[in-house]
Design a protein around this ligand. Sequence first.
Ligand code: NAD
Length: 245
Amino acid sequence: MLKTALVTGAARGIGLATTKLFLEAGWQVAMIDRDLPELDSSAADLEKAEHFACDVSIPDEVAATVAQVQKRFGRIDALVNNAGVADFGPIEETTFDRWRRVMSTNLDGVFLMSQETIPALKETKGAIVNIASISGLRASTLRVAYGTSKAAVIQLTKQQAAELGEYGIRCNCVCPGPVRTKLAMAVHSQEIIDAYHDAIPLNRYGTEREIAEVIVFLCSDKASYVTGQIVAADGGFESTGVGLP
Ligand code: NAD
């Protein structure tokens, strides 16, 4: 029986690249996203992938979707909590609605998807990979909601690893540096792009594929003794101590 990965935010960007890499590695994939039209078109030519419309911030939708995935595939070997939204602005201009919008997807979504999937992961001794960000490692102006949500995901990963190790479930976190996806390019001005190029030792943005490689490795048996780790895939940015642009 093929291994099954459940990838959230799979309609585009890092989630879609991760889906494709899992398929290349011989897994089957449950692609989850709330954007059904984009999900439909992204999944159209992918064999061994099924897609499920679901908003990861809504408890009933998450429970129903994980049950559907279990029914369809019969097993879940990896959960990639990748769905995320960005927000950019000073604390005094961040309304409570904006704050909640970020927290509900970036943090509540990771909690809810994990909670629903853990029973299936116990059966397979599977893996969870949560996608945070370098914004969760470094504070900066203008990222109060996004950065706080991602710092919480980093801590949630450590809690999961501590608690679920006894079931053989490994839990790790990937912190991407900047990647030219819809999410990033909606908030990165030319000034920010130039500043990142200067600040990153590799002097460039990453690609979706480069982040996906780390995610799929952490889900694979090659990482069988790796858990509780926070892995920055960021061209060396975090190692420099330079502040976020
Ligand atoms: P993206 O906008 O290209 O893709 C995100 C996907 O998540 C979209 O398809 C969107 O519809 C989906 N999504 C959003 N909210 C959802 C919800 N509530 N329920 C279900 N699906 C939902 O973004 P991306 O850059 O590929 O981001 C993927 C992850 O990587 C995010 O968690 C993001 O915070 C993180 N990240 C991205 C960057 C970057 O520079 N692109 C850097 C660091 C971290």
